[in-house]
Design a protein around this ligand. Structure first.
Ligand SMILES: Cc1ncc(COP(=O)(O)O)c(C=O)c1O
Length: 205
């Protein structure tokens, strides 16, 4: 029996010795460069729902199976817009998973609302027993965050939000294209927000 070599981490020989970086995301192809260059030459500002903006919103709406998609400058702005559009305002409380990027919670402060952090389990999924303990008269909504591409249990969350009369919202920033029982994340709640910044699964740079 041959001995397993020591891991590089522990001073053994590295399996990959080519210099990094070994992986780049998003992949940039010639057609991406052509599309961006073509856009720069035709218009650098699109003030209405036309051109590439309309094309993106329409294709995302059909991909997600939702009626409306509105692009914003960042995922943080999308979350802010989603909360505002959902009618969340001063004094309202929204249950947010304690394990997420801070932007799931911070826009709520700008609306005078309060994020209430609920614990997550060992897979990063919302602990609904803990969430239930945090509901008050002021709780308006609960946010499902599909962290690292792993969909939340949407059966459980839909039942939970119906039982407690809470609006179900989603942050799908890590999970474009992920599905729960064949249905795309971002299509379960009253509304959903997605980031498309550099390293996201669907990247707009
Ligand atoms: C889960 C989650 N929500 C929201 C955001 C905010 O997105 P953006 O950086 O586009 O504002 C991020 C960004 O990393 C995120 O990871």
């Amino acid at each position: 029996m041959t001995a397993t070599p020591r891991l590089a981490l522990r001073g053994g020989p590295p399996v990959i010795d080519a210099p990094g970086p070994h992986f780049a995301w998003p992949p940039i192809e010639d057609r991406d460069v052509e599309a961006v260059t073509g856009q720069l030459l035709s218009a650098v500002s699109i003030p209405d729902r036309s051109g590439v903006i309309a094309a993106l919103e329409d294709s995302l709406a059909s991909f997600l199976g939702v009626r409306h998609v509105v692009t914003t400058c960042t995922g943080t702005a999308a979350l802010h817009s989603m909360y505002a559009a959902a009618g969340i305002g001063p004094g309202d409380e929204v249950i947010v998973p304690a394990l997420t990027f801070h932007a799931t919670a911070t826009p709520l402060f700008h609306l005078g609302a309060r994020p209430v952090l609920a614990d997550v389990d060992e897979h990063g999924q919302l602990d609904l027993d803990d969430a239930a303990r945090r509901i008050t008269q002021r709780t308006k909504a609960i946010v499902a965050v599909h962290l690292w591409g792993l969909p939340e249990n949407m059966d459980a969350l839909a039942a939970f939000s119906a039982r407690h009369d809470l609006m179900l919202l989603e942050d799908g920033s890590h999970a474009h294209g992920a599905t729960w029982r064949g249905q795309p994340v971002g299509s379960f709640g009253r509304a959903a927000a997605f980031s498309m910044n550099g390293p996201k699964p669907l990247s707009a740079g």
